[in-house]
Ligand binder design. Structure first.
Ligand SMILES: [Fe+2]
Ligand SMILES: [Fe+2]
Length: 202
């Protein structure tokens, strides 16, 4: 199976998404800010949900701190652009992915499934940041700054997916984790294929 540039993904974001994101960049930035907020909450949520798994707490606190920093950076960016943050919208991609990954009895158990779910959300976010960085990297100097910002965030999200994978390998056998990642990669690709293309991060 061939994965995308170090990510556990088997399909690329459709080309139309990048064009739409550039056309409605403020909308995407707004949604992106909330994604960072949700990523921080998801990290903290893992600690509350699995209190008996003490090995999660330090890496999840570190992750939440980094995601909160991203949240601050994106909200600063919105302020500079004179765009209001607005209210968060439900994330249909994450909801569907959760249904697929955390279906009872098919995965790695409760902790493992939640780690894999987060690993995939990080991986797809990383891929979208890379796509956006490439699309923004043109003649305009403000856009080039934004491209560099997205490149840096993509590097962080790439580390985050690995953090979740490595934690999954602490609770489950590594081979089992690798097999599950391959399965979920295909399920995630089906989900992307059916998912509407919107001016949102996912
Ligand atoms: Fe982030
Ligand atoms: Fe992240």
């Amino acid at each position: 199976m061939s994965f995308l540039n170090g990510l556990p993904l088997v399909c690329e974001t459709p080309q139309e998404w990048a064009s739409l994101a550039l056309e409605q960049l403020d909308e995407v930035l707004r949604d992106h800010a909330w994604c960072e907020f949700k990523a921080a909450s998801a990290g903290l949520g893992m600690i509350a949900r699995f209190p008996d798994h003490d090995f999660l707490s330090r890496p999840m606190i570190a992750l939440a701190q980094e995601e909160l920093l991203h949240f601050r950076q994106v909200t600063d960016l919105l302020r500079e652009r004179g765009v209001a943050l607005g209210a968060p919208k439900p994330d249909e991609y994450v909801r569907r992915l959760r249904t697929v990954v955390c279906a009872k009895g098919q995965g790695l158990g409760d902790v493992g499934d939640h780690l894999i779910l987060n690993a995939f959300v990080e991986a797809r976010s990383c891929e979208r940041f890379r796509v956006l960085a490439a699309a923004l990297d043109g003649d305009d100097s403000d856009e080039r700054d934004l491209a560099r910002f997205y490149q840096r965030l993509a590097e962080a999200e790439s580390r985050h997916w690995e953090t979740f994978r490595d934690l999954a390998m602490e609770v489950c056998a590594p081979d089992q984790v690798r097999r599950r990642i391959e399965e979920v990669a295909h399920l995630e690709a089906d989900l992307i294929a059916q998912h509407p293309i919107e001016a949102r991060m996912h």
